[in-house]
Design a protein around this ligand. Structure first.
Ligand code: SPV
Ligand code: MN
Length: 632
C-alpha cells in the first residue's frame, strides 16, 4: 500500500506498535492512512496509539485519562473530575472560523476566513503541537450503528479526556469504518490541547486557540483548547460539517433534542424535536417528568418511507450544564449524578473527593479545588472578578442510557417518527407561552424568529434580545437563505409534515413577575402533542393557532393537578400588538442583511404585519384578548 513506507518507519522509530499499524491496515482505507500520516508528521507526537472497539482499548483510554492527571477520581465509584483552563470554559466563538475559498459568498452571520490563509495559520500552530505526547487515533459513529443516518468520524487527539468523553457520548465506530469499504465518506477531526501547564494539566497558550472548520475536506482542526465544545470533534464541530452536508443533500442536521411525549390516560408515545437557545428551557423540556428522552442536543432528520421525518440522536450521552441541577427540580439527573457509574464532572468544586456545583441545593464548603485551582470563598481572579465555587458553565458527561427516562429507541437505526417541532425563545413581553404554526412555511418562520433575552448567567447587559434562527446561528456554515430553503424543501418531501410550535416560558406580567410556573411547560407540550393527534381545537390568530381555555384548564388539572384560572389564561394569551410588530421589525432588519432569503419568509412576515395592523385598527387598541380573536 502507498503509505507502507511511512508506517514501517514509524514502527522502526518505536512511534507506533506493529499491532496498532495492523489495526489501521485492517480498515483497508487509504484515506485514513493518509490523514494519520499527514497529521502525525505535522503534530510530531512521541507515541501513536490506535484504539479499536475492544474493551481493553477503551479501558486503556479511561485509565490513562486518570494516570496522566487529565482526570482525577472522586469518592463515588466511576466518577472523575476534569478541569479546563480558567480561560477555556466555553465555546470560543471568535476563534471558531469557517474556511471559505476565495471569491465564495460570505454570510454576515458566519465567522469566516479565507481558506488558504486559515490553513496556513493553523497548520503552522499545529506544527509540533503534540511533542512529547501520545496521539490517540479513534473511530466513532455519528448516529446509531448500521443506520442510513450515520456518518463515520475519525478523531486524532492528544487528550485522553477528550477521547474518554467521546466514549461516553458517541458510539464506537472502528467496525463501522471497516464496513466503509475504503470510502472517504467520513468526517475527521484533529485536536491538540497544545502545550500543557500545571497540575491538573491545562492548555497554556490560550491566545493561540484556534478552531477552523474546513468544509471542503469535511474536517475540523482544533488546537490549544480542552473545553468539550471546542475540543470534541463529534459535538459542535461535527454539527457544523453535517449542516453543510445536509444542506447540500436532502436532509436536516439540527441543534434539536428528541423527546417522546406520553400524555396521561392515552396509551401512546409521540415524538417531538426541539431547538432552544441557551437558557431557554431546552434540557428541562427534553427531561420533562413522565416523558421519554431520546436526545438532548443534536439530531439528524431524514424523510422516511412511512411519509414522516425520522430523527436520530447523533450522540448516546449528555454533556449537560450542571448548574441548578438539584434533587427537587431534576430528580432523574440528580439521582444519576450521585450514584456509582462512569461519569465525568468538569469545572466544579471538589472537597474530600466530593463535587459541589452552583444551584445544587446543598451547602458547599468554603474552600476546596476548582477551575481556578486552590479555592477559598470570596477570592478574586487577576482581573478582580469573584471566582465562584464552580463555573456557571460547569458540566457533567454521562451515558444517556444511565437515565431512567431514556428511550431504548435511542439505538433504533430507523430513528423515531417526528410529529412536531418546538422552537423556544426567551422574551419577557412579546410571544405567548405556546403558538402553533399554520403550515410548514409558517413553522420555519417561527423557528427563524427565535430570540432570547440575555440573563444574568451570561456576561454583558441583561435583557438584550439575541436572535438565533433554530438556535443554530452559532453553528451555521451555509448562508441563512440556503438553510431556510433547505428546511422548506425538506418539508415538501414529507407526506406527514411535523406541526411546529413556538414556546416562551418567560413571559412576564405588568408587575414584572413571570406569568408561568416552572412546570407549566408540561401543559404546553402535552397540548401540542394533542394538536398533532387532532384532540383539540384552536383559535386562529395573525401569529398562529392559540390554545382554548377549556383544554388548558383540563390539562393543568390532569397533568399538574392544578387549577388554571381564566384570568391567567387571558393575561398569558393576549396578543400584545405593538410588541409583536416591533419583533417583526427587528426580524426584517436582520434578514435584510442576508442575500437570497426565500420569498416564503417575507410572505409570512408581511402578512403577519398587515394582519396585526388591521386588527389594531379594527379594535382600536394594542391588546387583543383571545375571545376577541375568535371574532376575526
Ligand atoms: C451548547 O452550548 O449548545 C452545548 C454545549 O450544547 S457545547 O458543547 O459547548 O456546545
Ligand atoms: Mn447544544
Amino acid at each position: 500500500m502507498y503509505y507502507k513506507e511511512a508506517f514501517s518507519k514509524y514502527v522502526d522509530n518505536a512511534l507506533i506498535s506493529q499491532k496498532d499499524v495492523k489495526k489501521l491496515y485492517a480498515l483497508q482505507n487509504e484515506d485514513v492512512l493518509k490523514i494519520v500520516n499527514q497529521f502525525v508528521d505535522l503534530c510530531k507526537p512521541s507515541k501513536v496509539t490506535v484504539i479499536s472497539d475492544s474493551k481493553e482499548d477503551i479501558e486503556y483510554v479511561k485509565q490513562k485519562s486518570v494516570s496522566n492527571q487529565e482526570e482525577s477520581t472522586l469518592q463515588t465509584e466511576g466518577h472523575t473530575i476534569h478541569y479546563d483552563s480558567y480561560y477555556d470554559q466555553a465555546r470560543d466563538k471568535e476563534n471558531t472560523k469557517v474556511l471559505i475559498p476565495k471569491g465564495a459568498y460570505r454570510s454576515p452571520w458566519i465567522n469566516t476566513m479565507d481558506r488558504d490563509e486559515g490553513l496556513e495559520e493553523i497548520l503552522d500552530i499545529m506544527d509540533g503541537c503534540m511533542k512529547g505526547k501520545e496521539c490517540l487515533v479513534r473511530f466513532f459513529c455519528l448516529g446509531p450503528l448500521h443506520s442510513k443516518f450515520t456518518i463515520g468520524a475519525l478523531q486524532l487527539t492528544d487528550s485522553f479526556y477528550v477521547a474518554h468523553s467521546e466514549d461516553l457520548l458517541y458510539r464506537k465506530g472502528y467496525e463501522e469504518f471497516r464496513e466503509l469499504n475504503g470510502s472517504n465518506d467520513f468526517f475527521y477531526f484533529i485536536h491538540s490541547a497544545g502545550e500543557l501547564v500545571g497540575n491538573p494539566p491545562v492548555t497554556k497558550n490560550i491566545d493561540k486557540r484556534r478552531i477552523f472548520v474546513d468544509l471542503q475536506e469535511g474536517r475540523v482542526l482544533t488546537v490549544n483548547n480542552q473545553y468539550a465544545g471546542n475540543s470534541l470533534g463529534l459535538k459542535k464541530l461535527a454539527l457544523r460539517l453535517a449542516i453543510h452536508k445536509a444542506n447540500n443533500e436532502d436532509w436536516l442536521t439540527e441543534h434539536y433534542f428528541i423527546l417522546g411525549v406520553r400524555p396521561k390516560g392515552k396509551n401512546r408515545v409521540t415524538y417531538f424535536t426541539g431547538a432552544f437557545p441557551s437558557a431557554c428551557g431546552k434540557t428541562s423540556t427534553a427531561m420533562l417528568p413522565g416523558q421519554l428522552i431520546v436526545g438532548d442536543d443534536i439530531a439528524y432528520l431524514r424523510s422516511w418511507k412511512d411519509g414522516f421525518a425520522h430523527a436520530v440522536n447523533i450522540e448516546k450521552g449528555i454533556f449537560g450544564i450542571i448548574k441548578d441541577v438539584n434533587a427537587k427540580n431534576d430528580p432523574v439527573i440528580y439521582e444519576a449524578l450521585t450514584s456509582p457509574r462512569e461519569l465525568i464532572y468538569s469545572n466544579v468544586l471538589v472537597k474530600d473527593g466530593k463535587p459541589y456545583w452552583i444551584g445544587m441545593g446543598v451547602d458547599h464548603p468554603k474552600d476546596g479545588f476548582n477551575h481556578y485551582g486552590d479555592w477559598i470563598d470570596g477570592m478574586t481572579d487577576k482581573n478582580g472578578n469573584k471566582v465562584t465555587h464552580a463555573h456557571p458553565n460547569a458540566r457533567y458527561t454521562i451515558n444517556l442510557m444511565d437515565l431512567s427516562n431514556c428511550d431504548p429507541k435511542l439505538e433504533d437505526p430507523d430513528g423515531v417518527p417526528i410529529h412536531g417541532i418546538f422552537y423556544g425563545g426567551r422574551d419577557s413581553d412579546t410571544m405567548p407561552p405556546v403558538v402553533e404554526s399554520i403550515n410548514w412555511e409558517h413553522g420555519i418562520f417561527l423557528g427563524a424568529i427565535i430570540e432570547s433575552e440575555t440573563t444574568t448567567a451570561t456576561l454583558g447587559a441583561v435583557g438584550v434580545r439575541k436572535a438565533s434562527p433554530m438556535a443554530n446561528l452559532d453553528f451555521l456554515v451555509v448562508p441563512l437563505g440556503k438553510y431556510l430553503k433547505n428546511h422548506q424543501k425538506f418539508g415538501h418531501q414529507l407526506k406527514h409534515c411535523p406541526q411546529v410550535f413556538s414556546t416562551n416560558y418567560f413571559l412576564k406580567g405588568k408587575d414584572g413577575n413571570y406569568l408561568n410556573g416552572i412546570l407549566d411547560k408540561k401543559v404546553w407540550v402535552i397540548w401540542a402533542e394533542g394538536r398533532t393527534k387532532g384532540d383539540y381545537e384552536a383559535i386562529n390568530s395573525p401569529i398562529g393557532y392559540l390554545p382554548k381555555y377549556e383544554d388548558l384548564k383540563n390539562l393543568f388539572k390532569l397533568e399538574l393537578n392544578q387549577d388554571y384560572s381564566h384570568e391567567d389564561y387571558i393575561e398569558q394569551f393576549t396578543l400584545r400588538i405593538s410588541f409583536l410588530l416591533n419583533k417583526l421589525n427587528r426580524m426584517e432588519e436582520m434578514y435584510k442583511a442576508e442575500k437570497e432569503i426565500p420569498k416564503f419568509f417575507w410572505d409570512v412576515l408581511f402578512k403577519q404585519r398587515n394582519d396585526l395592523i388591521d386588527m389594531q385598527k379594527k379594535f382600536g387598541k394594542e391588546e387583543i384578548i383571545p375571545s376577541e380573536l375568535s371574532q376575526i
